[in-house]
Design a protein around this ligand. Structure first.
Ligand code: ZN
Length: 143
């Protein structure tokens, strides 16, 4: 019996009330991160309360979208059916980005030859529409 045809769609973000402001901002090509109104800590990933002081007074705050590559990995192979949707992107770069404001995000490096990607490289956010109205922040070298 033939194996059923499997969907090869990439997973989309699950947009819930907690994360909705983030996705509304990326749709406007802006990056926002939660910030604590009591201790001023940046909070990433989105949470209902501050990781430093426990305050629930968190506010979505615009950030520059600029930062540096902290670490990266070049993905040259996908393993497992759930990742087949990414086969067409190989090779691609997954990276931790340290934003100038401090938070560290996991994303992709785009618009850059893989051999040019370096730790410490200055990058800036770009926004890729992956489904109608849903924009993922990715990063490209700064000019
Ligand atoms: Zn706090």
């Amino acid at each position: 019996m033939a194996e059923p045809v499997r969907e090869r769609k990439k997973p989309l973000p699950e947009i819930v009330p907690l994360t909705q402001p983030f996705w509304e901002a990326t749709a406007k090509k802006q990056l926002v991160i939660q910030r604590c109104s009591d201790c001023r800590a940046w909070v990433w990933c989105p949470r209902p309360a501050c990781v430093e002081c426990g305050s629930e007074r968190l506010h979505w705050t615009p950030v520059s979208g600029r930062g540096k590559i902290f670490a990266f990995s070049v993905i040259r192979e996908v393993v497992g059916r759930s990742l087949r949707a990414f086969e067409g992107d190989i090779p691609y770069v997954a990276a931790w980005i340290d934003l100038d404001e401090g938070p560290r995000l996991l994303s992709n490096i785009v618009d850059c030859p893989i051999e040019k990607v370096k730790i410490g490289m200055e990058v800036e956010a770009v926004f890729e529409e992956v489904a109608p109205g849903i924009f993922l922040p990715k990063f490209k070298p700064s000019n």
